[in-house]
Design a protein around this ligand. Structure first.
Ligand code: 4AD
Ligand code: MG
Length: 466
C-alpha cells in the first residue's frame, strides 16, 4: 500500500492541479471500456459527492490479471498521473500507472448496480447504502450539522454536558420508555403480584432516557448555560415518516432565560445552522435540490432570511377554527395540535417558520412554568413548513410550591423527584431550554421524506436489525 502519496478525491478536485504521481483509494462506481484499448473508471471515496475519472490503458502492468475484478463496487488503489481533463464537469483526471484491487464485488451478486435505487430497497441493505450518492451526501450533511451545533454553542460559552442514558425518570411523563433490566423473562421475581425490582441490576426500575433535560437543568443551575447532544429513546408505536425509536436530540438549558429568550435562542440557532450548512455543503445540497426535492434551497432561504412568526396557542386555534379547512382531527381549545394543523399554519397561513407558545396546561409536561392565568404554560414549539414540529421547549417552573402542586395533579411521586424539587429549594433561578430533534433537522435540510433515511441505522417498531 503506497500510503504516503494517497490523496482524497475531494482535495484532488478542489486543487485541480496536475501532478506526476498520486495514489487514490476508493470504490469503483462505473466502468466503461472503449475500443482503443482503454477503460474509464469512476472512483468515489466518500470524501465528496463527485467521482474522480480514471483512464487506464490496457497495456499497463498486470492489467490483464485484474481486469476481471474491476467492477462496480470493487475497492481499488490506483497510482497514476493527474492531468487536466478535457471532459466537462471535472478539473483533472487520473491516468493510471498501476492498479491494485483490494476487494472485488461479483456483478452477479453485488446489489448496487443501477444508478437509482428506491429508498425502500436501500433500507433493506443498510450496510451497503452508504455507498450510494444519496447516503454519502446525507451523512456528510449530518456530519456538518453536528459540527456546527457544537460550534454554535461553544462560541457562546455553553458547556457540553453528557447526561445519562440509563435513568429512573420519565421526563416527558408519556410512559413511552424502554425498560433496562437484567431480570430473566422466564423467572421474574414477584412480591404480592408485583415485580420485585430490588432484585434487578440497579435495585429499582430503570429505563432508557427520553430526554436529558432534567439532568440538564441540574447543571444549568450551576454552570448557567449547558447543552446536551446525545441519543434518546422512545417506545411510542408511531410508524410515521417523522418518528424513530432511537433518535438524537440537542437540548440547551439556560439559567436566567425566560420564554422569550428561549425563543430567540431557538431562532438564532436554526438561522445559524441553515446558513452554515448552505455554505459548507453546497455541492451535496445542490444534489438534493436536483434529485430529491427541487424546492429545498428556496425553503432554506425562506427560513434563514425571514423572522419566525410567533403566535400563542390560543391564536393558532382561532386561525384553525376560522380556516374552513377539513382536518382529519377536529380543533378546539385544549386539543393537541396534530401535524396536519402544524403544517397548515406554517405552509399555508404564514409560509415560513412559526413558533407557537403558551399551550394549555393539561397537554404539557409537569416541569413547565404555569402562567398567571393558571390555564396555560410557558411552552413553545417551532414548526417548519413541510415538516411540522422540529423544536419543543419551555420556561421551567422555578417555584417550589407551584411545581409540587403540578406534580401532584399529574400523579407523580414527589419522593422520586426530590432532587428535582431541591433545585427549587436551594438557589432556584428562572431558567428555560428546548430540544431539537436532530434527524428532523437533517430531514428538513436534505429534503429526504422519511426519517429512516437520515440516520445510519434506523430503529423503529419491529425493526432493530440492520
Ligand atoms: O417535544 P419533545 O418531546 O421535548 C422534550 O423532550 C423536551 N424535554 C425538550 C426540552 O425542552 N429540553 O422532543 C423534542 C424534539 C421534538 O420537537 C422533535 O423534533 C424530536 O425531539 N422528537 C423526535 N424525533 C424523532 N423521533 C421521535 N420519536 C421524536 N420525538 C421527539
Ligand atoms: Mg414536543
Amino acid at each position: 500500500m503506497n500510503k504516503t502519496k494517497r490523496r482524497k478525491i475531494k482535495v484532488i478536485l478542489q486543487q485541480g492541479k496536475e501532478q506526476d504521481e498520486v495514489v487514490i483509494m476508493g470504490w469503483v462506481r462505473t466502468r466503461r471500456d472503449s475500443k482503443g484499448g482503454f477503460s474509464f473508471l469512476e472512483i468515489n471515496d466518500g470524501s465528496c459527492l463527485k467521482n474522480l475519472q480514471v483512464i487506464t490503458d490496457h497495456s499497463i502492468d498486470s492489467f490483464d490479471s485484474i481486469s476481471g475484478k474491476l467492477h462496480t463496487g470493487s475497492c481499488v488503489s490506483i497510482t497514476g498521473k493527474l492531468v487536466q481533463s478535457p471532459g466537462k464537469g471535472q478539473s483533472v483526471e487520473l491516468q493510471a500507472k498501476s492498479i491494485e484491487v483490494y476487494g472485488e464485488a461479483d456483478p452477479n451478486q453485488y446489489p448496487l448496480q443501477k444508478k437509482h435505487h428506491s429508498f425502500e430497497f436501500l433500507r433493506e441493505i443498510s450496510h451497503l447504502r452508504p455507498r450510494t450518492n444519496t447516503f454519502g451526501a446525507v451523512m456528510r450533511v449530518r456530519n456538518r450539522l453536528s459540527y456546527s451545533i457544537h460550534k454554535f454553542f461553544q462560541d457562546r460559552g455553553f458547556v457540553y454536558l453528557h447526561t445519562p442514558i440509563i435513568t429512573t425518570n420519565d421526563c416527558e411523563g408519556a410512559g413511552e420508555m424502554f425498560q433496562v433490566t437484567t431480570l430473566k423473562p422466564d423467572s421474574i421475581p414477584m412480591v404480592d403480584g408485583k415485580v420485585d425490582y430490588t432484585q434487578d441490576f440497579f435495585g429499582e426500575k430503570t429505563c432508557l432516557t427520553v430526554s436529558g433535560q432534567l439532568e440538564g437543568e441540574v447543571y444549568a443551575l450551576a454552570l448557567s448555560e449547558i447543552y446536551t447532544f446525545g441519543p434518546t429513546f422512545r417506545a411510542e408505536n408511531s410508524n410515521t415518516s417523522r418518528h424513530l425509536s432511537e433518535f438524537w436530540m440537542v437540548e440547551p438549558e439556560m439559567a436566567f432565560y425566560d420564554l422569550e429568550d428561549d425563543m430567540n435562542l431557538a431562532e438564532d440557532f436554526l438561522h445559524y445552522l441553515f446558513k452554515d450548512v448552505l455554505e459548507h455543503c453546497s455541492e451535496d445540497l445542490e444534489f438534493f435540490n436536483k434529485q430529491i426535492d427541487k424546492t429545498i434551497l428556496e425553503r432554506h432561504q425562506n427560513i434563514t432570511e425571514k423572522e419566525f412568526e410567533r403566535i400563542t396557542y390560543t391564536d393558532a386555534i382561532h386561525i384553525l377554527e376560522k380556516s374552513n379547512k377539513k382536518f382529519t382531527y377536529s380543533v378546539e381549545w385544549g386539543c393537541n395540535l396534530q401535524s396536519e394543523h402544524e403544517r397548515y399554519l406554517s405552509e399555508e397561513v404564514f409560509k415560513k417558520a412559526v413558533v407557537i407558545y403558551d399551550y394549555p396546561e393539561e397537554i404539557k409536561p409537569f416541569y413547565m412554568k404555569v402562567n398567571d392565568n393558571g390555564k396555560t404554560v410557558r411552552a413553545m414549539d417551532v414548526l417548519l413548513p413541510k415538516l411540522g414540529e422540529i423544536i419543543g421547549g419551555s420556561q421551567r417552573e422555578d417555584d417550589y410550591g407551584s411545581l409540587l402542586k403540578r406534580m401532584q395533579s399529574k400523579n407523580l411521586e414527589s419522593e422520586d423527584y426530590d432532587w428535582y424539587l431541591d433545585l427549587r429549594r436551594f438557589g432556584s433561578a428562572p431558567h428555560s431550554g428546548f430540544g431539537l430533534g436532530f434527524e428532523r433537522l437533517v430531514q428538513f435540510v436534505t429534503g429526504v421524506e422519511n426519517i429512516r433515511d437520515v440516520i445510519p441505522f434506523p430503529r423503529t417498531p419491529k425493526h432493530a436489525r440492520f
